[in-house]
Design a protein around this ligand. Structure first.
Ligand SMILES: [Zn+2]
Length: 183
């Protein structure tokens, strides 16, 4: 049984949407019903992620920051003539850990490795035994975190690179003020 209440942090849902041109040879899907019409040769694309912050943030300011600092690099590298960008940020809730891509992270408040691992174990258990979730919601939220042997860190901010024991204390995490567990 938990004897102390754990610190939670605000988690924001980021939703990014834009139009872009089909690339040559790219498989073309019909437009989603209800989406705004686009000129021929273009389609709507989107992505999104959750972001944990140490303190409450203004969602509008966060959307502006993503537009300024993330979008130019992302769109230049990956997309074919992107346009019609919208970025929405909304508060999703508060929790002890935030989901990434086969990874979870939280704010580094100076806990020891042992304390961080215990906290993550409680978080994983809470999701795993939450019977309000469907199997696929649970699977999407955990992304393999239920298997403790998968937990690891990395040496240089690249989870596909050299691995270290969990939790991750690499220079990238330190600089971001986070502690991460990849899985
Ligand atoms: Zn790291």
């Amino acid at each position: 049984m938990q004897t102390t209440s754990e610190q939670t942090f605000p988690i924001y849902r980021v939703k990014v949407r834009w139009s872009e041109g089909w690339k040559e040879g790219q498989e073309q899907y019909p437009a989603r019903p209800g989406s705004a019409p686009l000129p021929e040769g273009r389609y709507w694309n989107s992505c999104g992620w959750d972001r944990m912050e140490k303190d409450d943030c203004d969602p509008v300011a966060m959307a502006d920051e993503i537009r300024r600092e993330w979008w130019p690099n992302y769109s230049a590298k990956k997309l074919n003539k992107p346009d019609d960008l919208t970025i929405e940020v909304e508060l999703k809730g508060r929790d002890t850990w935030c989901e990434g891509w086969f990874s979870h992270y939280t704010i580094d408040i100076g806990l020891s490795d042992r304390e961080v691992l215990d906290s993550f174990e409680r978080y994983v258990d809470r999701i795993q035994y939450n019977y309000d979730l469907t199997d696929s919601q649970r699977g999407g939220a955990l992304m393999g975190a239920e298997d403790r042997w998968r937990w690891h860190g990395c040496a240089d901010g690249n989870p596909q690179g050299e691995r270290t024991p969990a939790p991750c204390r690499c220079p990238h995490c330190k600089k971001s003020g986070l502690v991460r567990i990849d899985h």
